[in-house]
Design a binder for this molecule. Structure first.
Ligand SMILES: NC(=O)c1ccc[n+]([C@@H]2O[C@H](COP(=O)([O-])OP(=O)(O)OC[C@H]3O[C@@H](n4cnc5c(N)ncnc54)[C@H](OP(=O)(O)O)[C@@H]3O)[C@@H](O)[C@H]2O)c1
Length: 283
């Protein structure tokens, strides 16, 4: 495993395990237990995934020393604002059964996220969070936050995979020393990624699968990845990417696959903001 150093000096694993769309407690707990057993140490959850308790249970049962883990969770839109964010953070901490979070992220650039950010800055300064960041902040929002906040975000988690490479957005993150983290690093299975001819052909040279090539490509351009799977053999496959290196030629061949837009979600659509604001996680 390789690590990246965040702007505040905290070391973050370059690969972790995501648990989006695993709301059922028993399945999630088993998946996280399996992920920890095969070697993942970064777990990425969110209040809006409805599985923080299951993640916490798997962490507790694993017996892995807390300092070896890197736990991320996220603040949902409904809980935006200074007071709400402080409350929501404590709820997440309680559900996870932890007394600090390694990385706390604003899940969407919506509602009163400046109020949320001030609360997160204070929690960070109080030592309750080791690093703070955002998700889905496209360049104009990220730039605005970086220019106006007391503490700049250390991470921006956005959709990043060979079909949506976002090289411009990554360059913008680098301008502010923000580390890019990929959600959907396997394009959520879209676009025939697991059998894609270009990725498969490159993989054949190294004895690797198309999925491993896609994941390796992101890490080689400095992007942290958090692939999700509920299958142990796929978890192992996805983690087994640290013993080979794509050539410059391979990297260029993969860069050509970029469609320049997401096939999953477009944050510039009014309908997306309506849909996400309508997603409620509590009364
Ligand atoms: N901040 C945000 O707004 C945001 C948005 C989306 C996701 N995320 C985070 O990012 C994480 C990863 O993204 P994601 O879960 O959306 O998608 P993903 O990791 O790109 O893809 C997951 C899909 O690929 C399948 N899969 C995984 N490895 C495979 C392999 N080696 N071979 C074949 N199929 C494989 C999984 O199926 P099985 O499970 O059946 O194996 C699942 O259907 C999430 O879990 C979450 O933590 C964050």
């Amino acid at each position: 495993m390789e690590f990246v150093t965040l702007s505040n000096g905290v070391k973050m694993p370059m690969e972790g395990f995501g648990v989006f769309q695993v709301p059922e407690a028993a399945i999630c707990e088993q998946a996280v237990s399996d992920a920890l057993a095969v070697g993942y140490r970064l777990i990425d959850t969110a209040a809006a995934y409805f599985n923080e308790e299951a993640v916490g249970m798997a962490i507790k049962k694993s017996g892995i020393p807390r300092e070896e883990l890197f736990i991320t969770t996220k603040l949902w839109i409904q809980d935006a604002g200074y007071e709400n964010a402080k409350k929501a953070f404590l709820t997440s901490l309680d559900k996870l059964g932890l007394d600090y979070i390694d990385l706390y992220l604003i899940h969407q650039p919506m509602n009163d996220y400046y109020g949320s950010w001030r609360a997160m800055e204070e929690l960070y300064e109080a030592g309750k969070i080791r690093a703070i960041g955002v998700c889905n902040f496209y360049p104009e929002r990220l730039t605005d936050l970086c220019l106006n906040a007391k503490i700049k975000p250390m991470v921006n988690q956005v959709e990043l995979h060979p079909f949506f490479a976002q090289t411009g957005a990554i360059a913008n993150m680098h301008d502010f020393e923000v580390i890019p983290e990929a959600w959907g690093p396997l394009a959520e299975g879209n676009h025939g990624i697991f059998t894609h001819p270009v990725l498969t052909e490159i993989g054949a040279k190294y004895g690797k699968t198309a999925a491993q090539v896609a994941l390796r490509w992101n890490t080689q351009r400095g992007v942290v990845i958090i692939p999700k799977s509920v299958h142990k053999e796929r978890m192992e496959e996805n983690l087994n990417i640290w013993d080979f290196k794509l050539s410059d030629e391979d990297m260029k061949a993969i860069a050509v696959l970029d469609l320049g837009h997401s096939e999953i979600i477009d944050h510039s659509f009014a309908e997306t903001a309506k849909f996400l604001n309508g997603w409620k996680i509590h009364e």
